[in-house]
Structures are given as C-alpha cells and as structure tokens.
Design a protein. Structure first.
Length: 142
C-alpha cells in the first residue's frame, strides 16, 4: 500500500512538472529576447577606417583607457552608419565610449594636450541595463 502511494505521488508530481517543461520548450524563438546592448553610431562623415566601441562596468578608466574596458569591439562603417553589439551582459550599470578610428590604428588619435583628432562619443548617461535587448544611439563629436 505504501509503495502504491509513493508511485501515485511520483506520477502526480510528474503531471505537474511535465506540462511546465513542455510550455517552456514550446516557446517560439522570437519570443526569447537576447541579452545584448546594441550601439548605433550616428554622425559619421565618411566610411574610412573602423569604429571602436568600449563598454565599462566601472567608472575607473572611462572613457579612454582600453585596458580598463570590459570589452572592446571594432566594426567597419557602411553608408556613414555603424555600430557594435555587446552580447551576454548581465543586468547592471554600464557606460559606453565610441570612436571613428579613421586610420585603423586601434586608438583615438589626440593632440599633444590630449584633444581628440578623430571623432568620438560617449553614452550620455550611465546606462541602466536590465537585460533583454537595449539599443543606444551615440552621436559623434568632431
């Protein structure tokens, strides 16, 4: 009798768990939102060189210290537009800096006093990322 009760309880519990798992597996791919921060860079004057994007989770090093960035990505501009997509970031607070690296050196060229010689930009405010897909538009300074 006890053995039959255990079997019945296990069977009943699987009736509760299995539909929940089936619902989870049946969700269409488009219903799941990717965890990504998409940076759209505006204000390009040409398609020369490359675009550099850096994401920072700490204030230290923002905006210019590449070694302090969590990640740095490069992309090629097309039709005076471009951007970068940071994937797999957890909800949190981030800041983003971008540059139009006209000579593809990997660095923002500056004058002797540190004034940028290439177009650059930063996220206007601290980015509060809560997961899912977040699109940020940054206009470059010339």
């Amino acid at each position: 009798m006890i053995r039959q009760m255990r079997t019945l309880l296990i069977a009943l519990s699987s009736l509760v768990v299995m539909p929940a798992l089936a619902q989870e597996a049946e969700q269409p791919a488009e219903a799941k939102v990717a965890d990504e921060i998409v940076v759209e860079i505006l204000g390009l004057e040409n398609d020369n060189g490359q675009l550099g994007c850096r994401i920072f989770s700490k204030e230290d090093g923002f905006p210019g210290k590449m070694a302090k960035a969590d990640e740095q990505l490069y992309s090629k501009p097309k039709s005076k537009k471009g951007g970068c997509t940071f994937k797999g970031y957890k909800p949190g607070t981030y800041a983003i800096s971008v540059m139009h690296d006209l000579d593809s050196s990997g660095d923002l060229n500056t004058s002797l006093v540190g004034r940028p010689k290439e177009p650059w930009g930063v996220s206007n405010d601290v980015l509060k990322y809560e997961g899912g897909k977040k699109v940020i538009k940054i206009k470059l300074q010339h």
